[in-house]
Design a protein. Structure first.
Length: 428
């Protein structure tokens, strides 16, 4: 788990320790085994080696190795004059120390360069900002905001580095790392789990990072936004790290999408995915495109029904139809009776009209929606058959207890014919 810088520093420390120890042992052995009574040990301590002690000899040898390795050379420890063996040994140690020290310097330069490489671009950008502010006479307050923005932009590059690293991995590693790193985002978006692992990886790689300054309006049309850091106000909610919005960007009808805009209170860092980027990914993956399309139809149907119900409720409130329980029941009975008459004349009119208002995608989309309509009708008919018996039993029970009203209006036809004449929304 060590970084490149930590590994390089550790390698340099180990190399220096081994070199100093090796040189010290070699230099001490020369002084101890010297046949001449006047060795470097005798000249340094004024005693023969056997009277000095191994610890003092090793410490002085290490001292000699360090200043020889560093190229300092204080001159208090030196080969005995006239001793050929000590002179040759010291010369060899100095030559070897020069090579070792060159490697140490090269490693140190590499570490410093790697540590400052990421900051060099930021320093250049900072200088450019100062120059632009000075040349164009931009106010100091605005200039500080611009400089602070680019400082945050520099900090944001770490997120992009993660996705660039994933892009260079093998497909299997991409799927595993994406699932581990971006698992929280996948859980926040309901239709992300419907995508295959390969499609999810491509979607993550298409994401981008954006930064907003305090008091800036966040306008992201048809875009999923994941808050990485900062605080903003969105739709009456305080959005902090981990908040997500824009999941309904897959809906084509703008009236069914939430159109709130955020308002940054601090510096905001967002990771975003636009609808255009999503379409480019799904274009090459038909199965995932169908899964997203099915979810969009289901979401659009739900929001369309909610929107219609809200419209009916607002209309009723404006005209006083909900003032009492009797007026509310009479209004709803009349409304559903009108829908039943319209659907009996043309069973697909209301359904197709709702889908047309939801999609607005032209003839191609209408063919797909009609197919979906047929599938939904078959599912609803299967459910209607199973509840026909329960409806009949319920009507008999109500009649038995003397109820003056019925659950449904009188049915002139068989239950199956009645269920087919109802709009899909009422059947559901």
């Amino acid at each position: 788990h060590l970084t490149f810088t930590a590994r390089t520093i550790l390698r340099v420390v180990i190399m220096l320790s081994v070199a100093v120890h090796t040189f010290a042992c070699f230099w001490a052995s020369v002084g101890i085994t010297s046949s001449d009574q006047k060795s470097w040990i005798q000249g340094c301590f004024g005693k023969p080696p056997e009277d000095v002690g191994a610890y003092r000899v090793y410490s002085m040898s290490s001292y000699f190795s360090v200043f020889t390795l560093a190229g300092i050379g204080y001159g208090d420890v030196f080969p005995t004059h006239g001793d050929r063996i000590e002179t040759i040994t010291a010369t060899m140690l100095m030559m070897t120390s020069g090579l070792v020290w060159a490697v140490v310097v090269a490693c140190t330069v590499t570490v410093i360069d790697a540590a400052t490489a990421a900051d060099s671009a930021y320093r250049q950008t900072s200088d450019d900002v100062q120059r632009v502010v000075r040349i164009n006479k931009i106010p100091a307050k605005l200039g500080r905001k611009v400089a602070f923005y680019f400082e945050k932009f520099h900090e944001m590059q770490a997120g992009r580095g993660t996705r660039r690293l994933i892009e260079r991995m093998s497909p299997d590693l991409q799927e595993r790392v994406t699932k581990m790193v971006f698992d929280d985002w996948v859980e926040d978006v309901d239709w992300f789990p419907l995508l295959s692992a390969q499609c999810l990886v491509r979607v993550v790689l298409e994401m981008d990072n954006l930064i907003f300054i305090p008091h800036e309006e966040i306008r992201c049309e048809r875009t999923i936004c994941f808050v990485r850091r900062g605080i903003c106000i969105y739709g009456g909610h305080v959005a902090t790290k981990g908040f997500t919005w824009g999941q309904d960007m897959i809906l084509n009808n703008a009236e069914l999408r939430k159109t709130h805009h955020g308002w940054a209170r601090t510096f905001m860092e967002l990771t975003v995915l636009t609808r255009h980027d999503l379409d480019e990914v799904l274009e090459d993956m038909p199965d995932d495109r169908k899964a997203v399309r099915r979810y969009a139809i289901r979401l659009g149907f739900i929001r369309g029904m909610v929107r219609h119900a809200r419209h009916v409720r607002n209309h009723a409130h404006r005209h006083g139809h909900f003032e009492t329980r009797e007026k509310k029941k009479a209004f709803l009975d009349a409304h559903f009776a009108e829908l039943a008459v319209r659907s009996r004349n043309d069973p697909t009119k209301i359904w197709q009209g709702q889908l047309t208002s939801i999609t607005k995608r032209g003839a191609v989309a209408m063919r797909r929606l009609r197919q979906t309509h047929k599938e939904l009708l078959s599912v609803v008919e299967d459910g209607a058959r199973s509840i026909d018996t329960q409806i009949t039993e319920l009507e008999k029970t109500l009649e038995a207890v003397g109820k003056s009203h019925r659950v449904f209006p009188s049915m002139p036809h068989a239950p199956k014919a009645f269920s087919q004449s109802m709009p899909v929304g009422m059947r559901l």
